[in-house]
Design a binder for this molecule. Structure first.
Ligand code: ZN
Ligand code: ZN
Length: 306
């Protein structure tokens, strides 16, 4: 299995001179099994270039599977621009954590309403279907065995552990650390006191994440903030590389990939972050890589950067 990063930014796209090397497109990762099965995780603006590649490669209409962490803009904005959606005979199955598959249909349908987009979802040639996922309830898509994991993010988010070809990786984005309640279905200002029930729920969420990540080869983690930025925005729903390292060390994973980079972090700052956390990871026995657009990473064994 290998994974390819088509978009590594959080929040909004920032293509331009400052982001030439790490890239400016938002969240999208492609997983490929050794047998050629494809799985798409998140549908940010990076998905547009992936779609173009998939159409070029296809000999016939395909059935694509798209796992969504949640439906914030930076994780769905590529979907209306995904070229296979305009190839008749294509089927696109979308999986997400929502209260009902119908609601997911409404959300995705909503971003293609005529006020926002020239072609409504019902008129798109591809056939879309929507599936609800539940944390801890695993399922199989082709060669991939998938376990959804609850994360701490405004209105909820879900990570995925993906096992395939005798190895595994996990996608953990978006999530805050487990010290503030962000996953409830309403906005918290951050000044509310945690109740005992909140503390229990957060501890259980963290424990389940560590348990699901146990022994995973490669973890792709939301490391949007540096520690000083997190201190200023603790309720934005994102983590620091230090917090990701702490979780990965407890779960004894081999490799952490920094991901969902802040839009304000240009190439030079990203170089410094990459070097800093390579060293901090080595100190706790974890190989830390910093994702960039176009990076392909073999999963398992002693896979090295292509
Ligand atoms: Zn995001
Ligand atoms: Zn988000």
């Amino acid at each position: 299995m290998q994974i390819t990063f088509w978009g590594v930014r959080g929040s909004y796209p920032v293509p331009g001179a400052a982001t030439v090397r790490y890239g400016g497109q938002t969240s999208c990762v492609e997983a490929r099994s050794a047998g050629g099965d494809c799985l798409i995780v998140d549908a940010g603006t990076g998905m547009r270039a992936l779609g173009n590649k998939l159409v070029r490669e296809a000999n016939a209409p395909m059935h694509h599977h798209v796992l969504l962490s949640h439906v914030h803009w930076d994780h769905i904005q590529g979907l209306p621009f995904f070229s296979p959606a305009y190839v008749p005979g294509t089927k696109i199955s979308v999986y997400a954590l929502l209260t009902a598959a119908d609601e997911l249909h409404q959300v995705i349908g909503g971003i293609t309403r005529h006020e926002f987009f020239p072609m409504p979802l019902e008129a798109v040639p591809a056939q879309f279907e929507f599936h609800q996922v539940e944390p801890g309830v695993d399922f199989t898509l082709g060669a991939f065995h998938i376990t959804p994991i609850a994360l701490n993010h405004p209105f909820g988010s879900v990570g995925y552990r993906i096992d395939c070809d005798g190895s595994s990786w996990a996608y953990v984005s978006d999530t805050a650390p487990f010290t503030e309640v962000l996953h409830k279905q309403h906005f918290l200002s951050g000044v509310e006191q945690l109740s005992d029930d909140d503390r229990v729920a957060l501890a259980a969420m963290r424990e389940a994440l560590v348990r699901r990540l146990a022994g995973v080869d490669t973890v792709v983690y939301d490391t949007h903030f540096l520690p000083d930025e997190y201190a200023r925005f603790p309720h934005y729903g994102h983590s620091t590389p230090d917090q990701a390292l702490e979780i990965c060390a407890e779960a004894k994973v081999r490799r952490l990939v920094l991901y969902h980079h802040a839009p304000s972090h240009g190439d030079e700052q990203m170089d410094r972050i990459a070097a800093d956390y390579l060293g901090k990871g080595a100190a706790v026995g974890i190989d830390v890589l910093t994702s960039f657009e176009g990076m392909t990473l073999p999963i398992g064994d002693e896979g090295t950067l292509i």
